[in-house]
Design a protein around this ligand. Structure first.
Ligand code: SF4
Length: 518
């Protein structure tokens, strides 16, 4: 791939040639050949973000639903349909067949861009591999028999259905198995058993003379194994080639930031809700509508009358996002801090940082609140710090004890901890939200996904008080019991959609702020 800033004309030429090329004999691909086109940096970034949205949807739906079920397929289809890659990923009959190639091209390119971003560490590679494999499984299973055969052919995978006689022989051997009622409709593929080890291990295939007879529905397992091998090798090769790539200073910051990027609604720049919350309302709001990360910081400031730098940033920007004006933020922090220090010290040492958050000092940037990924991935709290994500950074026993103080049953606590133990902090947070807002019980699947502390707050306020009518309406002063919340929420759609892209304050901005404050 080559990148340029002035490539729109070139891109149009590329668009035309894509429409007529036959590089993509099938919309499904194993991504064996890297693209060699020239694209603009803008297109590069847009494709990266859109594929990331798709993979995040694959991850979320995969955690909350059982893979391969009807509900899983429906939900995933709905989530992917909300991204700009929907025509490239979903099996939609195109009204413009001439655009098929362009759709495949966007699929191809976006996959390779994320390879660059996700080959950098073992953790990133594992995450990318898992989501891409799940996406492939979903897409393959959505294809019909004819299309699957075309894909095998186009990908040089020599798996052919066995002849009728051979199939009859297999069926005879399997005679007596109760799931064989629709045997006439099933195609069998004869595959060397070494390529079907997963199926052999699970005793799902008939074995004879070194071959496994794989029913068509299980063929995806073999393909996934092929794809896994190809992709993990390719990621290792890409990681080795990365240093030369990093010489291009335009790409490095974007590639590094992709894995932490928040893809949801922008809670900072719009600032339509300035003044919706005052300093006096924070205590009340924190009890029911703040996520655990912000409650933790709030408790710290109330008890110690002080916050360290990381907490001041995380909490200060969150409060700004819920509608606390600069004046009210200064009032709130001053009231607490001067219990420990004098007003002069506060004005000299701390008010600068608060004004900085609101774009009144330093670079005068209107900073946006941190998203969950940034809080989870950045700067783990040290002893004495209160920033970070409790579902990620708290000790397990302490977290258990902490969430049980919210009136959760033993099963409810276990329901949350199940996700924490699996490393799914944001799903654990969503489960905690559902249980504390009376939306679900301990046994039900999680219906939503928390991406941002301000999303948590907004969603809680909507459930408790209904949508805010005007930007200046003070929201959430009324705390209702969970029974009321349940009845109000019963008809509401609790799923959160990915809407716009936003990047929260970067490491460089934090550094700049620290430098400015010295
Ligand atoms: Fe806060 Fe997000 Fe962690 Fe929830 S998942 S506690 S909102 S950082």
């Amino acid at each position: 791939m080559e990148f340029g800033n002035r490539t729109r004309t070139k891109s149009k030429t590329n668009d035309a040639s894509r429409a007529t090329d036959n590089r993509y004999p099938h919309r499904l691909q194993l991504y064996t050949q890297p693209p060699s086109d020239t694209i603009s940096l803008q297109e590069f970034e847009e494709l990266a973000v859109e594929r990331l949205k798709v993979l995040k949807a694959v991850e979320t739906v995969g955690i909350t639903q059982q893979k391969g079920t009807v509900k899983y397929n429906e939900l995933l289809e709905k989530e992917i349909a909300a991204t700009k890659l929907k025509d490239s990923i979903l099996r939609i009959k195109s009204v413009h067949p001439e655009k098929e190639s362009d759709n495949s091209y966007r699929d191809h390119l976006s996959h390779f861009i994320l390879r660059l971003a996700y080959c950098r560490s073992e953790d990133l590679r594992r995450w990318f591999l898992t989501q891409e494999l799940d996406l492939f499984r979903f897409r393959f299973q959505m294809e019909d028999t004819r299309s699957r055969a075309q894909f095998l052919n186009a990908s040089n995978l020599k798996y052919k259905p066995v002849s009728r006689e051979e199939k009859n022989y297999v069926v005879k051997q399997l005679d007596g198995l109760d799931h064989m009622s629709n045997i006439d409709d099933i195609e069998y593929y004869k595959v060397p058993f070494t390529e079907a080890l997963d199926l052999v291990r699970n005793r799902k295939v008939f074995l004879q003379s070194g071959f496994a007879y794989v029913p068509q529905d299980d063929l995806v397992s073999i393909l996934l194994s092929v794809y896994r091998t190809l992709l993990s090798q390719a990621l290792t090769v890409t990681a080795r080639a990365l240093p030369s790539m990093e010489e291009d200073g335009r790409l490095l910051p974007m590639l590094c930031g992709l894995s932490k990027r928040y893809l949801g609604q922008d809670y900072g720049a719009r600032q339509q809700n300035v003044g919706a919350v005052t300093a006096d309302m924070i205590d009340m709001l924190s009890k029911k509508s703040f996520p655990l990360c912000m409650q933790n910081i709030h408790t710290t400031i109330r008890h110690t009358h002080h916050l360290r730098h990381g907490s001041r940033l995380q909490y200060g920007l969150f409060l700004k996002g819920i509608g606390l004006s600069l004046e009210e933020a200064l009032r709130f922090f001053r009231t607490e801090f001067i219990k420990n220090t004098d007003v002069d010290t506060f004005d000299k040492k701390y008010s600068y940082g608060i004004r900085y958050n609101y774009g009144k000092e330093g670079k005068k940037t209107d900073y946006t609140p941190y998203g969950c990924m940034k809080i989870i991935m950045n700067n783990a709290p040290a002893t004495g710090d209160s920033h970070g994500c409790p579902f990620r950074h708290f000790d397990t026993d302490f977290l258990k004890q902490r969430i049980s103080t919210f009136g959760l049953t033993k099963d409810g606590v276990e329901g949350v901890m199940k996700y924490v133990k699996g490393g799914h902090c944001q799903v654990a947070c969503a489960k905690f939200f559902e249980l504390t807002h009376g939306i679900s019980d301990s046994s039900s699947e999680v219906e939503m996904f928390i991406q941002h502390p301000n999303q948590y707050f907004e969603h809680s306020q909507k459930l408790l008080n209904g949508p805010a009518k005007t930007p200046s309406t003070p929201r959430g002063v009324k705390i209702v019991n969970s029974q009321t919340a349940t009845s109000r929420s019963s008809g509401s759609d609790t799923s959160i959609k990915v809407e716009t892209m936003d990047e929260t304050m970067s490491q460089e901005q934090m550094q700049a702020m620290e430098d400015d404050m010295v």
